[in-house]
Design a protein around this ligand. Structure first.
Ligand code: B12
Length: 414
C-alpha cells in the first residue's frame, strides 16, 4: 500500500494568546516523531512517504498539490486541535481511496472526524501496532489503540532528512546537535489548563531508552532531550534509567521535561550522567494559584527544587502561566524578582488560554462566561484564523500580554 503521512500546515490555525510571539522560535523544525515511528513500524510491504507540512511551512494549497502528486492509496493526517481548519480543507481537496487520522485531536474528537469524511480514526497515544495491522487489511471506523510502547521499534531517524532538523538558532539556551526522544507517554496529573492525550503513563524499558540514546549518539547527536509529558513522575523509573546509564557508560548531555516534585537525592547522579537542564511547569509562585491550577506542588517544593538544581549546576527552564482570576497586580510586579531569587535563568511565560478539552475551558462554559460551547461549534465548521473571545474582563488580556513581554525581555536576549 502507498501511504502519505503528514503533519498539518499552520495556515488558518486558530489564534492563541498562550505564547508571546517573542518566544516563538524562528526556523525551528520539529521532527514528526509520531509519523516517523509509524513509518518505522509499518514499512515492510508498504511504501510510506512523510510530508512534514508543519515544519516546512507549506500552505494548504502547496500541501494539497504535494499530497495529490503522490497518488497514494491512503492519506494519514496527524491532527492537533489547532490545525483542524487545514484538516478540513485537505479532506475536501485531496484524493485517495482512504483518508485516515490519528494524534491528540483524533483521540478527543474521533466521531466528529468521521462525520467530516475521515474513513478511519486511530484513538490513543500510540497507534503503531494497530496502524501496521490496518495497512494489511484496511477497515473503516474508530480503532481504539493499545500499542505496547516496549513492543515497537524506536523511530528510525534516517527515514527523514535528520540533519535538517537540528536547530541552529538560540531560544533561551544554546545546544549543539540537540534532538528529542520519548521515554514515556502520558501524565496522570490533572492540571486545569492541560489536555494531555493519556492520563495513564507508559514507560519504555530502561534498556530500550539507552539503546535509543546510543543510536542517536551514533547519528552525531550531542544533546538528547526527553520530550515526555512528565519524565520524572516515577522515581523508580528514573533510577532504572540511571542504572542503565551507569551500566552502558552514558555521560553525554541530556535534558528532560518533567515536574518539580521528585526524589531530589537523585539529582547528583543525574548530573553525573550528563543532565544539563530540566524543563518544568512551575506555573506560579503563589500557593492559592497553584491550588487553583490543580498543581500538586507548593512554593516551598519549588524552592527545594531550585536549590537542588543550583547546588548541582543544572539549568532550569520553567513554564509560568499568568492571567488567573485571583492574580493581583502586586503578584505580577513581584514575579520577576522572585524568579531571580530562585535562580531560574529561563522563565517561559505563558498566558492562560482556554484550550479545548481542558477543565479550565469547561468551567468557563459551565459558569456561563461563554454562553455556549464555542469550541464545539467551531469544530463543526472551522473558519480560518478563528479568534476565541477573551474570557477576561475588558483590558486585562492586553495588560497581561504587555506584562509577559516585559518579563521575557528582562530575562532573555532574544
Ligand atoms: C513535541 C510537541 C510539540 C512540538 C512540536 C510537535 C510537532 N512535531 O509537530 C512543539 C513544541 C512545536 C509543540 C507546539 C505546540 N503544542 Co505540542 N506537543 C508536543 C508533545 C510534547 C509531543 C508530541 C510527540 O512527538 N509525541 C510523541 C509521538 C510518538 O506521538 P504522536 O505524535 O502523538 O503520534 C502517535 C499517535 O498519536 C498516533 N498518531 C499520530 N498521528 C497519527 C496519524 C495517523 C494517520 C495515525 C494512524 C496515527 C497517528 O501514532 C503515533 C505513533 O504511535 C505533545 C504531548 C504528547 N504526548 O503528544 C504536545 C501536544 C501535542 N502539544 C499540544 C499543544 C496544545 C501545543 C501548542 C498548541 C501549545 C502552544 N504553545 O500553543 C503548540 C502548537 C503549535 C502550533 N502552531 O500548532 C497538545 C495538543 C492538544 C491537542 N488536542 O491538539 C499536546 C498533546 C500537549 C498537551 N498536553 O496538551 N508541541
Amino acid at each position: 500500500m502507498k501511504i502519505v503521512l503528514l503533519t498539518l500546515p499552520h495556515e488558518g490555525e486558530y489564534k492563541s494568546w498562550i505564547t508571546p510571539t517573542i518566544t516563538e522560535p524562528k526556523g525551528l523544525k520539529n521532527i514528526p516523531l509520531g509519523l516517523v515511528s509509524l513509518a518505522t513500524n509499518t514499512r515492510e510491504g508498504n511504501d510510506i512517504v512523510i510530508l512534514d507540512a508543519f515544519s516546512e511551512g507549506w500552505g494548504i494549497e502547496e500541501t494539497t498539490k504535494r499530497i495529490n502528486n503522490e497518488n497514494a492509496d491512503a492519506i494519514g493526517f496527524s491532527v492537533v486541535t489547532r490545525r483542524v481548519y487545514a484538516l478540513h480543507k485537505l479532506i475536501e481537496n485531496t484524493t485517495a481511496k482512504w483518508k485516515i487520522a490519528g494524534g491528540p485531536h483524533a483521540t478527543y474528537h474521533a466521531e466528529e472526524l468521521i462525520d467530516h469524511g475521515i474513513d478511519t480514526v486511530f484513538v490513543g497515544p500510540l497507534a503503531d501496532m494497530e496502524f501496521f495491522e490496518w495497512a494489511k487489511a484496511p477497515t473503516k471506523g474508530i480503532i481504539h489503540c493499545n500499542t505496547d510502547i516496549n513492543a515497537i521499534k524506536y523511530p528510525n531517524r534516517t527515514i527523514i532528512d535528520f540533519e535538517d532538523y537540528f536547530f541552529k538558532g538560540k531560544v533561551f539556551f544554546e545546544a549543539n546537535r540537540r534532538t528529542p526522544m520519548f521515554t514515556s507517554v502520558g501524565c496522570p496529573m490533572a492540571c486545569k489548563f492541560c489536555s494531555v492525550q493519556s492520563k495513564k503513563i507508559y514507560h519504555k524499558d530502561a534498556e530500550k531508552v539507552l539503546e535509543e540514546m546510543w543510536y542517536l549518539k551514533s547519528l552525531g547527536v550531542e544533546s538528547v532531550h526527553f520530550f515526555d509529558d512528565n519524565f520524572n513522575i516515577s522515581n523508580a523509573n528514573v533510577v532504572k534509567i540511571l542504572d542503565q546509564m551507569e551500566k552502558t557508560g552514558w555521560n553525554t548531555e541530556w535534558s528532560m521535561r518533567g515536574q518539580v516534585k521528585f526524589d531530589l537525592s537523585l539529582v547528583p547522579r543525574m548530573r553525573k550522567h550528563g543532565l544539563k537542564r530540566i524543563h518544568v511547569g512551575i506555573e506560579s509562585l503563589d500557593n492559592d494559584i497553584l491550588k487553583w491550577f490543580n498543581k500538586k506542588h507548593t512554593v516551598d517544593d519549588v524552592k527545594k527544587f531550585c536549590d537542588a538544581m543550583r547546588e548541582n549546576n543544572i539549568d532550569i527552564l520553567s513554564y509560568f502561566i499568568i492571567g488567573t482570576p485571583m492574580e493581583t497586580p502586586e503578584y505580577l510586579d513581584a514575579l520577576p524578582g522572585k524568579i531571580r531569587e530562585l535562580g531560574i535563568p529561563h522563565p517561559y511565560i505563558n498566558i492562560l488560554f482556554p484550550q479545548p478539552d481542558t477543565e479550565y475551558y469547561d468551567d468557563l462554559v459551565k459558569c456561563r462566561v461563554y454562553r455556549y460551547d464555542i469550541w464545539k461549534e467551531y469544530f463543526k465548521n472551522p473558519t480560518p484564523d478563528f479568534e476565541l473571545p477573551s474570557p477576561f474582563e475588558p483590558g486585562k488580556l492586553e495588560r497581561i500580554m504587555k506584562k509577559a513581554d516585559s518579563i521575557i525581555k528582562e530575562f532573555t536576549e532574544l
